[in-house]
Write a protein that binds this ligand. Structure first.
Ligand code: NAD
Length: 305
């Protein structure tokens, strides 16, 4: 295989915190040995490709402060808050203007401004830059936007790694579209090394291993970065869509609670950060305001479909 063919040209959609970690990681691990344990990295080589064989071919975002900048600069733009662990040289990859759709949720929209100008020709960019693989790193809930970019990747003949929890690789419709084009599709959702999802999964296995019967389980993410601002929404991005149990399930229970508080602002009294999720508010309301909680009353409703 020629040296050039060994490069994997990768386009990133969403220059947020995952993109920052990824791009910094390419620098940080470029000389990682193949035969030693490396903290932070599970494998330095996969299928004969080393970390240093990955090149950033294109970058796409929709917000001011990122679009138009070189991606090596855009990864440091607010509201990104990934710690700096590597110096990233100028990469000569300007961030293109993508298609917004439902990418900017209700709460994220309060901390970023959409970049002006029309959507760039993404198919052309992917083709002109010789992109092999497109990685989706848009915020949770970007369902329409993801489907739009998937079409662009298919048109441009690129493989797709869906790093977000929207059903693409696991959907028979989309996986067939990739199969027909002879293109790989991987997903859905990535997992950080010791993040919330893997912790949840390990704990559920522990329960099963120890003989505890688990009827149901769910995960609440507390704090986090901008992505968490709109996490927990069940409707469109950031908008509560009402109860939505799986069709045919026995009726689910929904508990509504009214709190009487002696504090003006729950955020101030409970120290809830800007990125506080519904789960964190729930925790603070119950445990975090001490005598500021005067009383509460609940009722339970059931609903099935
Ligand atoms: N960090 C993790 O460990 C982890 C684990 C599993 C899944 N994920 C998923 O990865 C995704 C990215 O996470 P993050 O922490 O980088 O989020 P982030 O909020 O830091 O970054 C998202 C980026 O996408 C951009 N964006 C929004 N709409 C867009 C559009 N239409 N086109 C192009 N760009 C758009 C935003 O401007 C932002 O730069 C999320 O969906 C997250 O749930 C992350």
């Amino acid at each position: 295989m020629s040296k050039d063919r060994k490069k994997v040209r990768v386009a990133l959609i969403g220059i947020g915190n995952c993109a920052s970690s990824f791009i910094q990681g390419l620098q940080y691990y470029k000389d990682a040995p193949d035969d030693a344990e490396i903290p932070g990295l599970m494998h330095a080589t996969v299928g004969g490709y080393h970390v240093r064989d990955i090149e950033i071919s294109a970058a796409i975002d929709v917000v001011e402060g990122k679009v138009g900048k070189d991606v090596s600069e855009a990864i440091w733009a607010a509201p990104n808050n990934t710690i700096k662990f590597a110096d990233v040289p100028y990469l000569n990859v300007p961030v293109s203007r993508g298609m917004t759709h439902d990418g900017l949720g209700k709460y994220v929209s309060t901390v970023v401004k959409k970049a002006p100008g029309p959507t760039d020709n993404i198919v052309k960019i992917l083709k002109d830059t010789g992109t092999n693989v497109v990685i989706n790193f848009m915020p949770v809930g970007s369902e329409m936007a993801t489907k739009w970019y998937v079409e662009q990747a298919l048109d441009a003949g690129c493989a797709f790694v869906n790093g977000i929890p929207v059903f693409i690789a696991s959907s028979p419709y989309w996986s067939k579209r990739f199969e027909e084009r002879g293109l790989p599709i991987v997903g859905d959702d990535i997992k950080s090394q010791v993040g919330a999802t893997i912790m949840h999964r390990v704990l559920t296995s522990l329960f099963v291993d120890r003989g505890v019967r688990l009827d149901r389980t769910y995960q609440l993410n507390f704090g986090g970065n901008t992505d968490f601002m709109d996490t927990g929404a069940t409707g469109g991005n950031g908008n509560y869509g009402g109860p939505c149990p799986p069709v045919g399930d026995k009726a689910h229970r929904y508990i509504f609670t009214l709190y009487a508080l002696a504090v003006d602002k729950i955020e101030v009294a409970g120290g809830v950060p800007k990125t506080g999720t519904a789960g964190l508010y729930g925790f603070v309301l119950n445990k975090g305001v001490g005598p500021g909680l005067l009383g509460k009353a609940s009722f339970t409703a059931t609903y099935g479909r």
